[in-house]
Ligand binder design. Structure first.
Ligand code: GLC
Length: 454
């Protein structure tokens, strides 16, 4: 068994985690009013873009993070050998955060420990860490957290609840399991104690704004003691936001890679997304999406009221691959020009009113139209009951010519507004046009009308 030092704080955690075995013993989470929840989620709701970072020993050989040994693609020992070459010698957290900030992201989420159990911070629980078991020999989270704060971004920490390396965790690989937690609850308690110690350390040391849990699918809420985890985190970090991967206790949904087609039911959501097909650094994976495709997906998320958490996978020495740097820089150029139509927006209107993505400002009286294509001639917008007061190009503020057609005196069907978007105002990636209405947007939802009197 790995020896875990138990501090007084750790003992408290132990008590919490001992309660984890049966559903009945769940510690209840203090209920929160709708308004308090809204306030707690406010920064997240307005952040829109986050940068995810998957960094760990898997970047040494460029294999898939944790899954490569779990799925028996390579032997466990070979996978773990990578830690002996994980040096992080060119790691420059200041530069990382500068680039993240430049992209227009308002928060960033870094892996503190993936499913392989290798901790990037100097954990006191166990010895599998960058500090204790790799030539990096230091805490890699602390300087990052410091920079994130210094540069005014929100800090998110990814933590894998499951740990396939821990000897008290039941699963090891897809084909080998250590034990059954129902048959040996005491052993499971030991694992819970370890997990709670690590989460307690992260919470105390870094006081993150957000936790990005992962790996919850292997156990049930009562086994993880999900409510106990939330209670622990909130005890010293009351406003912390937690993603949904904690078996029913999270604050927001996390669709992964597959872009939602309809607006997710959860009020708050975030699409986590890769630039190529991998989370971590895999030089063999050159299936990069273009900056244009990625920006378009970002706007797709905005139009459905969600965030994009775009992932990068640095190399073992800390270098961010050039392809990813370019994506972040393209995002930076576009987001700095279109701030007005990004951060304080909410979901737009259905696609049958406008051929493209849309959002609204908070008051609902400015409609933003996003065109990830080159418009030919003028662009139609239909079904808007309001009077249009003004139309302009976001970024330059240049007023655009528009004209209302088909507004018939006998019909309640609003006409079609045609907006001229000449080539000289178009953005090289996505042109955004703002439409000022006479009040909160009102949409016509009918099938058209037949004349009865003229
Ligand atoms: C999945 C994978 C993991 C990755 C995560 C990011 O749950 O297990 O490898 O870190 O998604 O969303």
């Amino acid at each position: 068994m790995k020896k875990n030092k138990i501090s007084i704080y750790g003992l408290t955690l132990f008590l919490l985690c001992c309660k984890s075995v049966t559903a009945k013993s769940q510690t209840s989470v203090t209920p929160e009013s709708k308004e308090a929840y809204r306030q707690r989620m406010e920064w997240f709701d307005e952040a829109k873009l986050g940068i995810f970072i998957h960094w760990g020993i898997y970047s040494v050989d460029g294999v898939s993070e944790s899954w490569s040994f779990y799925n028996n693609r390579i032997p466990y020992d070979q996978y773990m050998e990578q830690r002996k070459h994980f040096k992080a010698e060119n790691y420059d957290p200041k530069q990382w955060v500068e680039l993240i900030k430049e992209s227009g992201a308002k928060y960033t989420v870094l892996t503190t420990k993936h499913h392989d159990g290798f901790a990037l911070w100097d954990t006191k629980a166990g010895s599998l860490s960058a500090k204790k078991s790799s030539p990096a020999k230091r805490d890699l989270i602390a300087p990052f957290a410091e920079e994130v704060r210094k540069q005014g971004l929100k800090l998110g920490l990814y933590y894998s609840l499951l740990d396939w390396s821990n000897e008290n965790y039941p699963n090891h690989t897809r084909t080998t399991s250590r034990y059954d937690i129902k048959k040996d609850p005491k052993r499971w308690e030991k694992f819970c104690k370890f997990n709670f110690s690590q989460m307690g350390e992260l919470n105390e040391t870094f006081k993150p704004d957000l936790y990005w849990f992962d790996g919850d699918w292997e156990q049930k809420a009562e086994d993880w003691n999900s409510s106990g985890i939330i209670k622990l985190l909130r005890s010293t970090n009351p406003n912390v936001i937690v993603n949904s991967r904690i078996q029913g206790y999270g604050d927001y949904a996390t669709p992964e890679i597959g872009v939602p087609v309809v607006r997710p039911k959860n009020r708050y959501w975030e699409l986590c997304y890769t630039i190529n097909d991998s989370w971590g650094y895999q030089p063999g994976d050159t299936n990069f999406k273009t900056p244009q495709m990625l920006l378009s997906t970002f706007v797709d998320c905005l139009s459905m009221g969600g965030n994009l958490l775009l992932d990068i996978g640095p190399e073992a020495d800390g270098t961010i691959p050039q392809e990813e740097v370019e994506v972040l820089k393209t995002f930076g150029r576009w987001t700095s020009k279109h701030k007005e139509a990004i951060y304080k927006t909410r979901a737009g209107i259905p696609g049958n009113y406008f051929n493209g993505y849309t959002t609204l400002n908070k008051a609902g009286d400015v409609l933003y139209l996003y065109m990830p294509y080159k418009p030919i001639g003028s662009v139609p917008l239909k079904g808007i009951i309001n009077e249009v007061k003004k139309v302009w190009v976001v970024g330059s503020g240049e007023a655009l010519h528009y004209k209302l057609y088909n507004k018939l005196s006998w019909s309640e069907v609003p006409g079609i507004i045609y907006i001229d978007v000449p080539e000289n105002v178009q953005d090289p990636n996505i042109t955004v046009v703002a439409v000022q209405l006479d009040g909160p947007i009102k949409l016509y939802g009918g099938e058209g009308q037949v004349i009865t009197s003229n």
